[in-house]
Write a protein that binds this ligand. Structure first.
Ligand code: SF4
Length: 457
């Protein structure tokens, strides 16, 4: 092994064992934020519907308890009473107050969840591929060149974000979960699909898996029979929620060795780091974890959604992008909050989202302007909101497909009628056309044929 040096950074939590807090700790923790009895009960009611989990590092190092419950990191991990419709919170609160049977509370929570669009963007209906005419659960293949793998052991996180679009993975609803432990079937599928050049291992958070389990998923991808796989990506919020994973955890070095092995096969190892707020970058432990990951040759790209009351101002994003770039990470995406879970509570209108992006983008150096956004990960693909302009007397949104289920549409600009309240693609109406370029005349096929590139001349 090269360059992986053990260090013990100056941080109170460095070297401590991971300690999770779950719903049973909620009352005690929300009391610390100064919530009264009724407010704490309402928060518990929300946490019967949506997942709650945090850990001692987030609680002790990241949250500013003097500012709670308005503190952005507090809001990032603690459910809010008004995240769900008032009537639902009232119903479940009164069941909790009466100490109703757990089955009755679970049934009420289930009923609310089913109204929250648990699998947005056709995740289950359109993106699960077939192998030998059988569905391949725990795998998504939406864009020809990229396959997503959801390892069974990676379907939890070091803490849960209140706005999580994958919330259905973490609640007591087995029918809603996407996961695979069948590495062999995934490999068979990849062998049959030479158009796939990139594999994204995602969750939950794959870094919740110990090094030996992570190796079971990554090492087989390095087989020479899969030479068409050019990059392996890991989507993770562990740098924000548990940076110890790369510095002082017992398997930190083994994990980094695995990253290094990927690089040594000539593939790119990419760590897609989720940071929601600049505070998450402040502990010295994070810079140390970033340094150790980068020392393996792994590239770190950063991404997060734009969330009302957590990071919906340009200064927050500019600070994040600057600090990320300073420590050698590459700003990659600002996403729009997706159409699932408590979207109504966290959504920022698209017009405002574009202003936040533009103002932040305008204030940072060219090195930070690797970032794209604001982008909606919707059924037809990733749609970037490029701005608001007036054309022929009509105010319109200018948009384009950054990524598309139909590759012929990638990069294609299009227009939508301006709507100051629109928060998602489904709120938009075409401008200067009677349909959007991706609106199908028939049903969407699962994956469209990629265009073939031929050498010029
Ligand atoms: S870390 Fe990612 S998957 Fe986990 S709760 Fe947050 S947004 Fe969801």
């Amino acid at each position: 092994m090269t360059g992986i040096q053990q260090t013990v950074p100056d941080n109170a939590q460095a070297g401590r064992r991971f300690r999770a807090y779950s719903a049973k700790h909620l009352d005690e923790l929300t009391a610390r934020a100064g919530l009264d009895d009724a407010a704490r009960l309402a928060v518990r009611a929300v946490a019967t519907v949506l997942p709650f989990r945090t850990n001692a590092y987030v609680v002790d190092e990241l949250i500013d308890w003097d500012a709670a419950p308005d503190d952005p990191i507090y809001r990032l991990v603690f459910p809010q009473a008004d995240m769900l419709p008032h009537a639902d919170v009232q119903t479940i609160s009164s069941l909790l107050a009466q100490d109703a049977p757990s089955g009755q509370i679970r049934a009420a929570a289930h009923e609310v969840r089913m109204r929250l669009n648990p699998h947005p963007a056709g995740q289950l209906a359109l993106n699960i591929p077939d192998l030998a005419s059988e569905p391949l659960p725990g795998v998504q293949h939406k864009y020809p060149e990229t396959v997503l793998i959801f390892p069974k052991q990676g379907q939890t996180c070091h803490a849960y974000c209140t706005y999580c679009f994958r919330w259905a993975q973490f609640v007591d609803e087995p029918d809603l979960k996407m996961a695979t432990s069948s590495v062999d079937r995934v490999l068979d599928y990849l062998r049959q699909h030479p158009e796939v050049t990139s594999v994204l291992i995602t969750g939950g958070d794959p870094m919740i898996m110990g090094a030996p389990v992570l190796r079971r998923y990554i090492e087989p991808l390095l087989d020479p029979s899969l030479a068409h796989i050019e990059s392996i990506r890991i989507g993770s919020k562990s740098l924000a929620y548990w940076p110890q994973r790369f510095v002082t955890d017992p398997d930190a070095d083994d994990t980094l060795r695995l990253f290094e092995e990927v690089q040594q096969t000539g593939r790119t190892m990419a760590f897609m780091a989720h940071f929601s707020h600049p505070r998450e970058l402040q502990p010295a432990l994070v810079a140390e974890a970033v340094r150790r990951i980068r020392d393996t040759g792994t590239v770190i790209r950063t991404q997060a959604p734009l969330i009302r009351s957590i990071n919906d101002d340009p200064l927050t994003w500019a600070d994040m992008w600057r600090e990320q770039t300073r420590t050698g990470m590459i700003p990659y995406y600002m996403f729009v909050e997706r159409d699932t879970g408590p979207q109504d509570y966290f959504a920022v209108p698209l017009a405002r989202a574009h202003e936040v992006f533009r103002d932040a983008y305008a204030s940072v150096s060219g090195l930070c302007r690797t970032v794209r956004g604001p982008s909606m990960s919707a059924t037809p693909g990733k749609i970037g909101v490029d701005g608001v302009v007036e054309i022929a007397g009509q105010k319109v949104f200018v948009l384009h497909l950054i990524q598309a289920r139909d590759p012929r549409l990638v990069g294609k600009p299009f227009f939508a009628q301006f709507d100051p309240g629109a928060v998602w693609l489904s709120d938009l109406r075409p401008a200067f056309a009677d349909r959007f370029p991706f609106d199908p005349e028939d049903d969407l096929p699962p994956i469209w044929d990629p265009p073939e590139l031929v050498p010029a001349g």
